[in-house]
Design a binder for this molecule. Structure first.
Ligand code: CMP
Length: 416
């Protein structure tokens, strides 16, 4: 695969006219920049509450790190059976159908394991002269940097996006268009892109004047946290695994750029920019501007891309993301704030209809537009998105039928 990568000198829209129901309203208000968010009245007495930011790297004590450097087997404390299972899983690393939850079952640090597999798979330790011990320290700390007790934004999600990026670089053919340094930066960004996530969205953090919102002036507080955490770790003496100063600078530039671009508020902007570009000509990955646009869009696409994974994997992600939404809804209720649409566990939006909205407005346009860039093959994820969408359409029909029957029964009861 490395041979397919350029060895350069340096190693080197949403259709807003669509009818607005509660689901699309939620999608719009959550994923599209509007001045409305800023206009929202702040709840009185809002504060940081129980959210904490300082438990990152909780597992990365010096003693444990020493142990980690000695090898994966001791970290995961696996018996022979699990080790065999891990190796079998590793052999499927390039597959889009990779079972990330199997990795989660087999290890306590899925991002750490995933990153090591990806870097080994691309021969980066030798090719880029990386410090392997510091690499392990970096990714062990990054894995531990994901907060515990969060349903969706866990280190398993970081590992999943990292694997998705690895798939794009290898099977997807993206690796042929970027330098090894850029490919490495994209894997780091993918793995770290949600590090320290607090399980609430940006709007909530701004509304309650959370520490992060205050620190980052209400501008992408989460993504700023993720990017800054990754960069700090890249520069920390014991985890500074990129030895070359110029290379580190380039990695840092890309990591910050693409992680900040994962803020859903920029979703429409990414698509509009691509549309405008494609009207003037194809994406030319040899040009920095085009490559930047493509890489931002691709990380964002993989980040939202669980509806393009096999059904069982996607269904698990859906359960997790909904649980995280409901936990934010619970928090909003307890603070006396208006509950975000679709975050209310006592008044749940029908799941199939919600997922159809997410796929139709967000995920499918992303995969379809990204495919037009022609620097990566997304045929397999696109086929799976379509298959999953078809399944949800059937489920949505059933949801509507059940709702209609319930409404009729309630009407009849009221009339009698
Ligand atoms: P975030 O990680 O900030 O960026 C991508 C967003 O996509 C994520 O937050 C969720 O809000 C959203 N998301 C991911 N998967 C799903 C899903 N299956 N259903 C609805 N929203 C999702």
């Amino acid at each position: 695969m490395v041979a397919r990568m350029k060895s350069s000198p340096e190693l080197s829209g949403l259709d807003k006219s669509k009818k607005t129901d509660s689901i699309t309203e939620y999608l719009m208000s959550t994923y599209f920049k509007s001045s409305k968010a800023e206009e929202t009245e702040k709840p009185s007495g809002g504060g940081v509450g129980t959210l904490q930011l300082n438990s990152r790297e909780r597992r990365a004590s010096a003693a444990v790190l020493e142990e980690v450097s000695e090898g994966l087997n001791r970290l995961t404390e696996l018996g022979d059976v699990s080790r065999t299972a891990l190796m079998a899983l590793q052999s499927k690393l390039k597959n889009w159908t990779f079972d990330i939850f199997e990795l989660e079952r087999l290890t306590t640090a899925p991002l750490y394991v995933m990153a090591e597999w990806c870097f080994l798979g691309l021969g980066f330790f030798e090719a880029l002269g990386l410090d392997k011990v510091k690499f392990r320290t970096f990714f062990f700390a990054a894995d531990g940097g994901y907060m515990p007790n969060i349903a969706y934004h866990t280190s398993t999600h970081g590992a999943d996006v990292c694997q998705g990026m690895f798939h794009l670089l290898t099977r997807g053919g993206l690796g042929a268009h970027v330098t090894q340094t850029t490919a490495m930066a994209m894997l780091i960004a993918a793995g770290c892109h949600d590090m320290g996530h607090v399980g609430r969205n940006n709007k909530f953090l701004c509304d309650i004047s959370h520490d992060l919102a205050v620190r980052y002036n209400d501008k992408s507080p989460l993504e700023n946290l993720h990017a800054a955490s990754a960069v700090q770790l890249l520069h920390r003496e014991d985890s500074k695994f990129v030895r070359d100063a110029a290379q580190l600078k380039e990695v840092r530039r890309i990591v910050v750029d693409v992680i900040l671009a994962t803020d859903m508020a920029y979703h429409a902007e990414h698509l509009n920019k691509l549309d405008a570009h494609l009207e003037t000509g194809p994406i030319d990955m040899a040009k920095d501007v085009d490559q930047g646009l493509a890489l931002r869009l691709l990380l964002h696409t993989i980040d939202c891309g669980n509806p393009g994974r096999p059904w069982d994997t996607y269904a698990t992600w859906t359960e997790r993301v909904l649980e995280e939404f409901y936990e934010q809804g619970d928090d909003e209720r307890s603070r006396g704030m208006p509950i975000t649409k679709a975050f209310d566990r006592d008044n749940q939006v029908p799941k199939a209809q919600f997922q159809l909205g997410f796929i139709g407005y967000i995920v499918k346009p992303l995969f379809e537009k990204a495919q037009l860039m022609k620097c990566v093959d997304l045929a397999e994820p696109l086929r799976m998105v379509n298959e999953n969408e078809t399944r949800w359409k059937v489920a949505a029909e059933e949801e509507r039928k059940v709702a209609a029957e319930r409404a009729a029964a309630e009407e009849a009861a009221a009339a009698s």
